[in-house]
Design a binder for this molecule. Structure first.
Ligand code: FCB
Length: 487
């Protein structure tokens, strides 16, 4: 764990504030129409897991297994957002955000995944959207942020090709009900993470470890991503901006001059950064770099699928937290590459074990922006977890604050170099349930006391607020990190 400076005014390691940060900058540099938001997800915040007709999800089931989640924690109460959303949206508005991204729990709306709609569940999202609009917060709605209805998992979940139709039905229900008020739709959150962590590594729901399950789930997610986009566009042809979100990390070879590591980096890039992006553009899967994908093509891809995987999204959500260093590995035949953890590299890292490397966001915006026909990019997640301590009404979180400042600076850097990037959403509005890591890592701009559910805006949140009010982040003197922290 990164040892935090013991005193508030001590400098952070220089990694927090790369020299490439285009200081000074202010909100005005991003243009008047730039979206400034924060993101959240249903299972991580809502709680109310059996409330008002909600059906069970694979995360309700997975968290019941012993030993898979830190301290066996779960999202049954979480941040109680289901009951406290008005308070949280008040706080979001208080920060001066223009946008708020949340996800819909599919089993809250369709307890069996398909078929009968749970009116009370749908009504809840209706109220949530209205509550955003009343506060001048533009809602961005994510249809799938990993909480698949258990009833669909019982039929194979993402490994069953029928999921494409099930998902499209669900998308249509949401579009019909909320399409008149929700301007931004994100079809799927980070397919590589729920497919990979859930079906190959077994560390996320549904907890499978099987290459065939991974490849079939991946292919069906690729199809659902495009099909969901088409379902929304058919119903909301003029009103909605339709996007989807991708996890990504800037990758470099662990041993820069080593040709094995260089080749491994290209393969890891194909798997982690290109796999779900390129089919949307009609480029298919990156089979040249990952020959093992031929198995996917032979077994799961049907004729016409290349066409079905295409969809011209209005935006891509870029979700970036760190960079990774890659080395050749003889043990992993899908990509023959493994990631060298930051801890072993002697660099500063966050509570997730992720290297503090804000420039990764710049590199990924450049990489995605370089595709011919790339749509607008919106940073739909960016953030950092550090241990926080509340002292009375204050949470001093200099590390998160510096990271936020540096990440926003890197967005500006990409924008100035011509990348069409339209918004920045911080992960997350509040601390919340961090999947396999439980309530350990805290990502919020707002601190949650899980005993009392008390909310406290952290210093990072306060800085975001003053930045959104127009304050300039000044150029620095000798130590930019220290300067950023002292302000
Ligand atoms: C992303 C997820 C999000 C959150 C952050 C830290 O992969 O989309 O739900 O857990 O990581």
């Amino acid at each position: 764990m990164l040892k935090l400076p013991p005193r508030y005014d001590e400098p952070l390691p220089a990694a927090f504030f790369p020299a490439s940060t285009p200081l000074p900058f202010s909100r005005a540099d991003f243009g008047a129409n730039f979206y400034w938001g924060a993101s959240a997800a249903a299972y991580q915040t809502e709680g109310a897991w059996q409330h008002q007709g909600k059906g069970p999800s694979i995360w309700d089931d997975f968290t019941r297994r012993k030993g898979v989640i830190r301290r066996n924690e779960h999202g049954r109460v979480a941040t109680d957002f289901y009951n406290r959303y008005e308070e949280d949206l008040d706080l979001a508005r208080g920060l001066g955000l223009t946008d708020f991204r949340f996800s819909v729990a599919w089993p809250r709306v369709l307890p069996e995944g398909i078929g009968a709609v749970n009116r009370r569940g749908l009504d809840y999202y209706d109220r949530l959207v209205d509550a955003c609009l009343e506060r001048d917060l533009r809602p961005m709605l994510t249809l799938y942020h990993w909480d698949l209805p258990s009833a669909l998992q019982a039929r194979g979940g993402w490994t069953n090709r029928n999921i494409v139709g099930w998902f499209s039905e669900y998308a249509q229900i949401m579009a019909r009900r909320l399409g008149d008020r929700v301007p931004h739709w994100a079809v799927i959150n980070e397919p590589m993470v729920f497919v990979g962590a859930g079906h190959l590594l077994g560390v996320h729901a549904p907890g499978r470890r099987h290459l065939g399950a991974f490849l079939s789930a991946a292919h069906h997610a690729t199809l659902a991503q495009a099909e969901g986009g088409r379902a929304l566009r058919a119903l909301l042809p003029d009103t909605a901006q339709i996007g989807t979100t991708f996890s990504c990390s800037y990758l470099t070879p662990f041993r820069p001059g080593n040709s094995y590591d260089q080749a491994a980096t290209r393969r890891a890039d194909a798997l982690l950064n290109r796999f779900f992006v390129e089919p949307t553009l009609g480029l298919g899967y990156p089979v040249a770099e990952l020959p093992a994908l031929r198995w996917l093509l032979d077994r799961y891809q049907k004729s016409g699928d290349e066409q079905r995987m295409k969809f011209n999204f209005d935006f891509w959500g870029v979700q970036n937290y760190t960079r990774e260093m890659v080395r050749f590995s003889p043990w992993l035949p899908l990509q023959w590459a493994s990631l060298v953890p930051a801890k072993q590299r002697g660099v500063p890292y966050t509570d997730m074990g992720w290297e503090v490397f804000p420039e990764s966001l710049y590199h990924m915006l450049k990489q995605f922006g370089a595709y011919p026909n790339a749509p607008q990019l919106i940073v739909t997640e960016s953030g950092s977890a550090f241990p926080d301590e509340r002292q009375g009404k204050r949470v001093a979180d200099p590390a998160r604050r510096a990271f936020l400042q540096a990440a926003i600076g890197q967005v500006l850097r990409a924008k100035r170099e011509g990348v069409d990037v339209g918004g920045y959403f911080s992960w997350s509005l509040t601390d919340n349930f961090e999947w396999a890591e439980g309530y350990g890592p805290r990502f919020g701009l707002i601190h949650i006391d899980y005993e009392t559910q008390q909310r406290t805006v952290k210093d990072s949140g306060r800085w975001y607020k003053s930045f959104l009010k127009g304050e300039t982040l000044e150029a620095t003197e000798a130590n930019p990190a220290q300067q950023a922290v002292n302000r």
